[in-house]
Structure formats: structure tokens, C-alpha cells
Design a protein around this ligand. Structure first.
Ligand code: GYE
Length: 315
């Protein structure tokens, strides 16, 4: 009997120890609702999130929203049903998130917003935001342009996805920036949806409509700028000479265009969030307090500083 008791108590102890070990080694499951695959920036962002998760042994449930908020909302609901440990959202547009964020809160699943911001009346609906300062980017672009063209020129603008935070902010800050220069005039503005094809099509239409009156193209991202450059060349004009083109993101192909003299500048917007996002998630799960808003430090690339760094560019 004594022997059996000892055996049983040892068994219980081992089982407890095993469960503790299992708990400790429990894989972290993160659900990530990505916007889609609209640009090279986005591809780099997705790769960073996936590669870093794999490196850390995190079980990442990845959902491609294909450019539609309703798909993203559906993905978040499914993450809630699956009981993931953390939800990460790169919100396509700024508004319309409150109901699903409330559902996550009710299910006690923390949400991290990355890349693009959300507009909510209750900031406690998400833990924190990690991304770039879009307002600062547009401002940098405007200041660079004013210096480059001596405060004079007719500008056409290629906007990103309507209703998205980068479109709203890059638009506003650029307008604020050029407002100080009465010679800089925004003569047209349309969305190319952050896509290369969109940038090309809209630029073709702008060239038909305004012809040689266009001096400057301000694109909300590099892909649209590269599309516009193609349209300009196909119209028999020289980007960088006949028309100054500037954009935001700092992808390698855009930096190559800067070195080639076709793109005036690209304001960096670093997409490699993976490490920061998972570090923050671990900190939150360990009960630490994290900053509500974490911004990347981004720089501007133009003819002066691009050639030196292009070889080491990661995206
Ligand atoms: O500039 C663009 C992408 O949200 C910052 O989305 C991001 C933007 C980026 O498709 O290329």
C-alpha cells in the first residue's frame, strides 16, 4: 500500500511538472489581418511578419484581405473564434473598426494595430500602434520639392487607397507643406490605389488632360511613381527632366530610379515591422506596459545620399 502511495504521488508530481513545462512551451498563436498585396512595400511587410514569426517559433495565422475591409473584419472574427493569443491588424481604411474591436475585447484577445492607424472613439480598444508617421513623410516630400523647383510648378497627385491613413495624412501634410509656396499649385489629384498599374493609368489620363502643363508628380507610394514614370516615358517625355517625380516608401526599385535620375526623391517608410511587432506582443503578454504609439524613424533618399546605401537595401 505504501509502495502504491509513493508511486501515485510521484506520478501526480510528474504530471504536474509536465503540464507546467507544456504551459511554458505553449506556442504563441498570432492572427494577422493584412491589407492585401498591392505594392512592393506590402510584400516586404508580409515577408517580415512571416519570416520573423518562423524564426521565433510563433504560429502565425495569416490572412490576406485582398484590399477589402470586410475581408479583414471576417478574418479578425475568425481569429476570435479560434481563440488566438494576439491579433494584429494592418487596417486598410481608418474607420469602421469599433464593432469588431469590441468583439475582440469581449473575448479578452489583445489587438495590436500596425502600419496604418484606426479612428476609434475608445483608444482602449487596441493595445498600441506600430508604424510610420505619415504626416511627417508628406511634409518632408513637400519641403524637398519646394527647394528642388524653387517654389514653382504645377503638381499632379497620385493618391493611395481612399480612406486609408497614409492617403489621408500624406495628402494633408503635402498640401500644408506647399501652402507656404504660392507658386506651387496642385492642379489635379486622383487615386491609383497604391498600385503600379493604377499609377500608370491615372498618369496617362493626367497627361492627356493637362499635357505639358504638368511639372511635378507627387505619388503617395513608389509603385504608383514607377507606373507614372512609365507613362511619362511612353508619352515621349523625360522623367526627372521634363517632369519631377517624387514619392514615398523607399523600396529598392525606387532607389534605383533615383540613382538613374528618373525619380527625384523617395521618402522612406520602413515596412520591416516583424521584430518590433513580436517584441511588443511578448512584452504585453509578460505584463509590461508599452508605448501607445511607436513610430519608425524614416529618412529621405535623393540624388545626394542614395547611391551609397542602395547595395545594402533590404527591400
Ligand atoms: O506606402 C504603400 C502600401 O500603408 C504605409 O501601403 C503603407 C502603404 C505604403 O501599399 O506602398
Amino acid at each position: 500500500m505504501k509502495l502504491l502511495n509513493t508511486f501515485l504521488s510521484r506520478l501526480v508530481i510528474s504530471l504536474v511538472a509536465l503540464t507546467a513545462l507544456q504551459l511554458e512551451a505553449k506556442t504563441l498563436t498570432v492572427g494577422f489581418a493584412q491589407t492585401g498585396a498591392e505594392s512592393a512595400w506590402r510584400a516586404a511587410n508580409t515577408a517580415s511578419m512571416k519570416n520573423e514569426a518562423a524564426k521565433r517559433g510563433i504560429n502565425l495565422k495569416f490572412s490576406d484581405g485582398q484590399g477589402k475591409q470586410e475581408n479583414q473584419i471576417r478574418a479578425v472574427r475568425s481569429f476570435i473564434t479560434q481563440g488566438v493569443d494576439f491579433i494584429v491588424i494592418a487596417p486598410i481604411v481608418e474607420t469602421g473598426w469599433e464593432p469588431v474591436l469590441r468583439e475582440a475585447k469581449r473575448a479578452k484577445i489583445p489587438v495590436l494595430v500596425t502600419d496604418r492607424t484606426v479612428q476609434v472613439s475608445d483608444e482602449s480598444l487596441y493595445v498600441c500602434f506600430i508604424g510610420s508617421d505619415f504626416y511627417a513623410e508628406g511634409k518632408m516630400a513637400a519641403e524637398w520639392l519646394a527647394a528642388k523647383v524653387n517654389g514653382k510648378g504645377n503638381i499632379v497627385e497620385l493618391q493611395g487607397t481612399p480612406g486609408s491613413a497614409p492617403t489621408n495624412e500624406r495628402r494633408k501634410s503635402f498640401a500644408d507643406g506647399i501652402a507656404k509656396f504660392p507658386g506651387l499649385k496642385l492642379i489635379d489629384s486622383q487615386s491609383g490605389d497604391f498600385r503600379r498599374s493604377g499609377g500608370k493609368e491615372v498618369m496617362e489620363a493626367f497627361l492627356k488632360k493637362h499635357g505639358k502643363a504638368i511639372n511635378v508628380v507627387y505619388a503617395h507610394n513608389d509603385d504608383m511613381a514607377l507606373g507614372a514614370i512609365q507613362a511619362i516615358e511612353e508619352a515621349g517625355l523625360k522623367p526627372g527632366k521634363d517632369i519631377t517625380v517624387l514619392s514615398i516608401d523607399g523600396i529598392k526599385e525606387a532607389l534605383q530610379a533615383v540613382v538613374a535620375g528618373k525619380l527625384g526623391c523617395s521618402v522612406e517608410c520602413n515596412p520591416l515591422f516583424g521584430p518590433k511587432v513580436y517584441d511588443t506582443i511578448s512584452a504585453v503578454l509578460a505584463g509590461k506596459t508599452v508605448a501607445k504609439k511607436l513610430f519608425n524613424v524614416d529618412t529621405l533618399f535623393d540624388a545626394k545620399n542614395t547611391a551609397a546605401i542602395i547595395a545594402s537595401r533590404e527591400y
